[in-house]
Write a protein that binds this ligand. Structure first.
Ligand code: AMP
Ligand code: MG
Length: 424
């Protein structure tokens, strides 16, 4: 792990900082320092939504297990399809889903068949009921020379063959995956164990919900956004509360976290202010990188390890917390838990608004993707973009990512937009 020592303190007002690393370099360092947890557990299939598959799943059966009808109609043998005009076939029985027809079927005969019912061996084609004429006595059908041979039949193993790898280790399980696993008859699923993630807020000015605010005090909101984002990532949450800007109390909280968590996240106290102790304690006690990442918001960021516990010291400003969580903590959690799903996707669409920007940092402005008056998809920024203005996140459905060197964007310019993926 490289240690980016700071030689000069740079004010957050400066946009270019030679000590900052790029977002890509930060992600690379995170990935280089994390190995996925290797422990699996077996859980009931119904509890496996959003869990990470711990092993490849191989099918022991064919799905469907037998050749069956894809439509309601009549099962015939293609040899009975007339070369011209029509042919009359005798209906000798029924095959229903769950009640197959088991008697022999001869030339000139057919069976009534329903969707999902097993196809008897002697037949290979289903004529849909709309395409036949039925005799008054309901004992015969008339088919014509337009009947398509082998139509409307689902082959055994058409969906899955016995021996196929159906889902790969690392898959973040979706409702479709759970249905797929159920179709194989599996009731218990191997998944990676949940990560244990601890977090606390730092700051003498913070009060918890329910307390009265004195002048200069604010409610601690970061713990609630962190709690909510972690809930969506399906980890085990350990809330260690608010810790004052006090070296001893902070050291105790770090110790408590390392005793029980795979990952610790703090907010606040990583900047260069007088009460910003987090990075000093970490440099002293752990294997730390104090980073400045060339992003806005969220430049000061601490990353490293305390014993076996991975550590992220996020900035204090509420928007910075969400941006850095999404860009750095989320990928770390995914890699740690063995989740192989893609990181949030970015697409390019026109900006509806002018976006002020100076070169020097990648900006994560908050945007709303919407349709303009001409029905074109565009992105619009969500009002004032200060790093303390949480409304800008609450109103948004995406980040507008403006590259390091870019300058002010004019309406109509294409911008990169990263969708929120159900974590924010
Ligand atoms: P810091 O990084 O500790 O200097 O904090 C930067 C800004 O974020 C300050 O205005 C803090 O009051 C604010 N802040 C820090 N922690 C929180 C929190 N948990 N909830 C809301 N605001 C916070
Ligand atoms: Mg603080």
């Amino acid at each position: 792990m490289t240690n980016n020592k700071i030689t000069k303190d740079t004010s957050c007002m400066d946009d270019f900082d030679k000590n900052s690393i790029t977002t890509d370099q930060a992600i690379e360092q995170i990935f280089n320092t994390i190995s996925p947890i290797a422990e699996n557990e077996i859980i009931p299939i119904r509890e496996s939504i959003n869990r990470i598959l711990g092993e490849n799943i191989e099918s022991k059966i064919n799905v469907p297990s037998a050749r069956n009808s894809a439509m309601d109609g009549y099962a015939i043998n293609k040899k009975d399809i007339p070369k011209e005009k029509t042919k009359t076939l005798k209906i000798i029985g029924k095959s229903l889903a769950g009640s197959p027809f088991t008697k022999p079927i001869h030339n000139g005969e057919c069976v009534r068949i329903m969707t999902g019912a097993v196809m008897p061996v002697e037949v290979d084609t289903v004529v849909i009921q709309e395409n036949v004429s039925i005799s008054d006595t309901n004992t015969e059908i008339i088919i014509d020379n337009n009947t398509k041979p082998e139509a409307n039949v689902r082959q055994a193993g058409e969906d899955i063959l016995a021996g196929d790898i159906v889902l790969k280790k690392g898959k973040n399980l979706t409702p479709a995956d759970i249905g797929l696993l159920a179709s194989l008859g599996l009731s218990q699923i191997p998944v990676t164990r949940k990560l244990k993630v601890a977090f606390f807020s730092t700051g003498n000015e913070l009060r918890s919900i329910g307390e009265n605010l004195a002048v200069g005090e604010i409610y601690d909101s970061n713990r609630y956004t962190l709690y909510a984002m972690l809930s969506r990532l399906n980890v085990e949450i350990i809330d260690l509360g608010v810790i004052k800007d006090d070296v001893e109390l902070l050291k105790q909280a770090f110790y408590k976290a390392t005793e029980q968590a795979d990952l610790l996240i703090t907010s606040g106290g990583v900047s260069v202010g007088e009460a910003d102790y987090v990075k000093d304690i970490l440099i002293d006690q752990g294997n730390m990188n104090f980073w400045k990442v060339a992003i806005k918001p969220g430049r000061p960021l601490t990353y490293g390890k305390l014993g076996d516990t991975l550590f992220f010291g996020l900035p204090g400003n509420p928007v910075s917390v969400m941006v850095t969580f999404y860009q750095f903590v989320q990928p770390a959690i995914k890699k740690l838990s063995g989740d192989s799903s893609d990181l949030p996707m970015a697409i390019k669409i026109p900006s509806a608004t002018r976006l002020k920007k100076k070169p020097g940092r990648v900006e994560f402005q908050r945007g709303i993707i919407k349709k303009d008056n001409d029905n074109n998809v565009v992105v619009e920024k969500t009002g004032p973009q200060g790093s303390g203005i949480l409304r800008s996140m609450s109103d948004a459905n995406c980040f507008i990512i403006l590259p390091l060197d870019s300058e002010t964007i004019e309406p109509g310019d294409l911008v990169e937009v990263q969708l929120f993926n159900g974590v924010i």
